[in-house]
Design a protein around this ligand. Structure first.
Ligand SMILES: CC(C)(COP(=O)(O)OP(=O)(O)OC[C@H]1O[C@@H](n2cnc3c(N)ncnc32)[C@H](O[C@H]2O[C@H](COP(=O)(O)OP(=O)(O)OP(=O)(O)O)[C@@H](O)[C@H]2O)[C@@H]1O)[C@@H](O)C(=O)NCCC(=O)NCCS
Ligand SMILES: Nc1ncnc2[nH]cnc12
Length: 306
C-alpha cells in the first residue's frame, strides 16, 4: 500500500480523519491482517477454521467480532499519532495508553470478556499511531520507518514496566520476573525485530517465488514459533513447554516445512499435541498479524528513509 504523506495537510478534525480513504484503507488492512491470521488453517494450538486449538473459552466467531471491534479503533490511533506528531517519540506512549485500554474494553465487550487480541491491540495500536506520525511528518510509510517509529515510542518500556515498577500484576510481568521473557513489550521495543528479521523476509520471499499465500503464512508462523519467547506458551507450559514448542517448530522447518507434501497432516498432528499439553502460541499469532500487515507496505532501501 502506498500512502501520500501530503494527505496530512488536509486533516483537521477527528471526523474528517475517519473519512480519509487512506485511513479507512489502513483500518481495513488491520482487519484483514487479523482475519487472515485466524482463518489460517491448520495452526498448532491456535484458534482456526478447524478447531479452537488449546483454547476452551473462545472460537472463530469471537475472533471475527474482536477483529471488527478493533478495526473501528484504528483511525483513532492514527489520529492520535497525527495530532501528537510534534511531540518526541518518547512522550507518545503515555497518551496512547488510554486509547489502547479503551480498545481492549471494546474487544472484551465484543467477546463477552474473552482475551482474543490483547497483544494484537498493543502492536497494531502502536503501528497505526506510528503511521499517523509518519504521515504528519511527511515521511515515507515503509516497513522500516513504521518499525523504527514503534521502537522509538516504546523505548525504555521493558526497563520501566518489567525491570522496574514490576508489581507482577499481569501475566507478562510475572513471566519476566520468573524467566526474563519480555513478551509483547520487548517485541515492540525492538521494532518487531523477529518480524523484520525472520517472518517478514520468509513470507515475502515465498510470495515472490509464487508460493500460495496460506502456505507462506504457515511457514512464517512456524518460523516465529521456533524462536519467539512467547509469554502465552510460557504462562501455560512453563519454560519446558516453551522449549518443547520451539523444538517441535524447528523440527518441522528442518524437515522442509511447508514444502513437504504431507505438511498439512504434520501440522494437524502438532495441533493435537499442543491441545494435549494445553499450549497456545498466541504471541506468535500476534506477530504473524504484524507480519501480514507490514507486508502490505513497501520496504525502504535505507533505514529511516523519507
Ligand atoms: C503491554 C501489554 C501487552 C501488557 O500485557 P502483559 O503484561 O500481560 O504482557 P505480555 O504477556 O507480554 O503480553 C500480553 C499479550 O501479548 C501477546 N504476546 C505474548 N508474547 C508475545 C511476544 N513474544 N510477542 C508479541 N506478542 C506477545 C499475547 O497475546 C495473545 O494471546 C492472547 C490469548 O491467549 P490466552 O492464553 O487465552 O490469554 P489469557 O486469556 O490471558 O490466558 P489464559 O487464562 O487463557 O491462559 C491474546 O490476547 C493474543 O493477542 C499476550 O497475551 C498490554 O496489554 C498493555 O499494556 N495494554 C494496555 C493498553 C496499551 O498500553 N496500549 C498501548 C498501545 S495501543
Ligand atoms: N488464532 C489465535 N488463537 C489464539 N490466540 C490468538 N491470538 C491471536 N490470534 C490467535
Amino acid at each position: 500500500m502506498m500512502l501520500k504523506s501530503t494527505d496530512s495537510a488536509t486533516v483537521i478534525s477527528s471526523l474528517e480523519i475517519n473519512r480519509l480513504p487512506w485511513v479507512i484503507r489502513c483500518a481495513e488492512l488491520a482487519n484483514s491482517a487479523m482475519l487472515n491470521e485466524v482463518n489460517l488453517t491448520p495452526k498448532p494450538g491456535l484458534v482456526d477454521m478447524r478447531n479452537s486449538g488449546a483454547h476452551k473459552d473462545m472460537d472463530l466467531t469471537d475472533f471475527y467480532r474482536s477483529a471488527e471491534a478493533i478495526r473501528v479503533w484504528i483511525p483513532y490511533f492514527i489520529e492520535y499519532g497525527m495530532s501528537s506528531h510534534m511531540q518526541a517519540s518518547s512522550e507518545i506512549l503515555c497518551g496512547l495508553r488510554p486509547l489502547g485500554l479503551a480498545c481492549e474494553a471494546s474487544m472484551f465487550k465484543a467477546t463477552s470478556g474473552v482475551n482474543t487480541h490483547k497483544g494484537t491491540i498493543f502492536s497494531l495500536g502502536l503501528l497505526a499511531t506510528a503511521m499517523g506520525r509518519l504521515v504528519a511528518n511527511q515521511r515515507g510509510i515503509t516497513q522500516q520507518n513504521l518499525c523504527h517509529e514503534v521502537a522509538a515510542m516504546s523505548s525504555g518500556l521493558v526497563k520501566r514496566e518489567l525491570e522496574q515498577n514490576n508489581q507482577a500484576l499481569t501475566a507478562g510481568q510475572r513471566l519476566y520476573q520468573q524467566y526474563g521473557l519480555t513478551g509483547a513489550r520487548g517485541e515492540a521495543e525492538s521494532g518487531f525485530y523477529l518480524v523484520q528479521s525472520v517472518s517478514l523476509p520468509i513470507y515475502q520471499r515465498l510470495i515472490a517465488q509464487g508460493v500460495d499465500p496460506q502456505r507462506a503464512l504457515l511457514q512464517a508462523l512456524l518460523s516465529l514459533m521456533a524462536v519467539n519467547g512467547d509469554t502465552n506458551v510460557a504462562s501455560r507450559g512453563g519454560p519446558e513447554g516453551l522449549a518443547w514448542l520451539q523444538k517441535m517448530s524447528r523440527q518441522f522447518l528442518d524437515l522442509g516445512g511447508v514444502m513437504q507434501s504431507d505438511y498439512i497432516s504434520q501440522l494437524k498432528q502438532f495441533d493435537r499435541l499442543c491441545i494435549e499439553r494445553n499450549l497456545s502460541p498466541g504471541g506468535s499469532a500476534d506477530l504473524l498479524i504484524v507480519t501480514w500487515f507490514l507486508a502490505q507496505f513497501p520496504e525502504s532501501h535505507s533505514k529511516n528513509s523519507n
